[in-house]
Design a protein around this ligand. Structure first.
Ligand SMILES: Cc1ncc(C[n+]2csc(CCOP(=O)(O)OP(=O)(O)O)c2C)c(N)n1
Ligand SMILES: [Mg+2]
Length: 347
């Protein structure tokens, strides 16, 4: 497993230390702290009934934000349902992320500049799409990549294998991230596959594969940066398995992790908290202080307050909107339904 920082925030692999400026290192920490607060607030808002579908992210910040930090604005992101943070740091306004959670279609109406698809709910489907997007970039001669995310459970899907195989066959510039948080809802990874690692699945597709400490933001960044450099150089796709853990439940829709995870396992992984580790590293370099931390926390809380207000006040979606946005031309039966709903909605 590739690691740069150990659990105490000490550099254990100096030769792979990425070339990041002090400002960039601080920005990485800022994003992780901000995202942790966003997660805590989202869980609270969900419990108050102000959000809908929500998949907690705490514990996975290094995997999500370290990999995202290595890609460019013109690269394309194909996220899963837990990958809202990457979308936000790519430019998705927070109020739209909240609307997505509430099931409002405007949450998924992205501008041209936001090079991303909305979070995929169908496990693994984004891997096939990523292979296609990456091939498209290659055919157009673009120096960009498609980056996609799934979980340990996702690697059992047919789509996973089809995606990595296709990208390998066409040497498409794709980066396939597997966030191995050890559970697919309640199913432990040991029951999911007989494979010793998920990274080794790359071998069968003839592509590069690497297992990375997913609680070490520098290692995830370095591995993704290397994958991106090779991809835009025409050297093909990479599969990156990040070893991580979700501290919270699978989603806020009712699973109880205490029924399938032991206290000991939770404690073991809490010690690996990516924020604690990176904070220790930065404090050692005098690049982070309690004031910095508090400033980010306040900034995040303020942004969230405004964004949820905007999401709450956003016009309700209408059935006629669904009909109109889904179809360019309406077949007869939908024309009839459209009329029916227009009449209802004008009352
Ligand atoms: C094709 C498909 N099958 C089943 C589901 C139901 N489902 C939702 S999440 C999930 C587990 C996914 O686990 P993993 O890939 O490890 O991702 P994690 O949630 O741990 O991030 C399943 C089976 C689904 N959404 N899509
Ligand atoms: Mg999982």
């Amino acid at each position: 497993m590739f690691q740069i920082l150990n659990e105490d925030g000490e550099v254990v692999n100096k030769e792979f230390m990425p070339d990041l400026s002090d400002d960039e290192l601080r920005e990485l920490m800022r994003r992780m702290v901000y995202t942790r607060i966003l997660d805590q607030r989202s869980i609270a808002l969900n419990r108050q009934g102000r959000l809908g579908f929500y998949a907690p992210t705490a514990g996975q910040e290094a995997s999500q934000l370290g990999s995202h930090f290595a890609i460019e604005k013109e690269d394309f992101i194909l996220p899963g349902y837990r990958d809202v943070p990457q979308l936000i740091w790519q430019g998705l306004p927070l109020y739209q992320a909240f609307l997505f959670s509430k099931g409002h279609f405007h949450g998924n109406q992205y501008t041209e500049e936001l090079q991303a698809f909305a979070p995929q709910i169908i496990i693994g489907a984004q891997y096939v799409q990523a292979a296609g997007v990456a091939l498209g970039m290659k055919l157009r001669g673009k120096k960009n990549v498609a980056i996609t995310y799934t979980g340990d459970g996702g690697t059992s899907q047919g789509d996973f294998y089809e995606g990595i195989n296709f990208a390998g066959a066409y040497q498409a510039p794709a980066i396939f991230i597997v966030q191995n948080n050890r559970f697919a809802i309640s199913v432990p990874v040991e029951k999911q596959t007989a494979a010793k690692t998920l990274a080794q699945k790359a071998v069968a597709a003839g592509i590069e594969g690497i297992q990375v400490d997913g609680m070490d933001v520098l290692a995830v960044y370095a591995a993704t940066k290397d994958a991106r450099d090779r991809a835009v150089n025409g050297e093909g796709p990479t599969l990156i398995e990040t070893m991580t853990y979700r501290f919270g439940p699978h989603t806020m829709s009712g699973d109880d992790p205490t029924r399938y995870r032991s206290d000991d396992l939770d404690k073991e992984w809490e010690k690996k908290d990516p924020l604690v580790r990176f904070r220790k590293f930065l404090e050692g370099k005098k690049l982070w202080s309690e004031e910095d931390e508090n400033r980010v926390i306040e900034e995040a809380k303020e942004d969230i307050k405004e964004a949820i207000k905007k999401a709450d006040q956003y016009p309700k979606q209408k059935v006629t909107d669904f009909i109109n946005y889904m179809n360019e031309e309406l077949p007869l039966n939908l024309q009839e339904q459209l009329k029916e709903y227009e009449a209802k909605e004008s009352k």
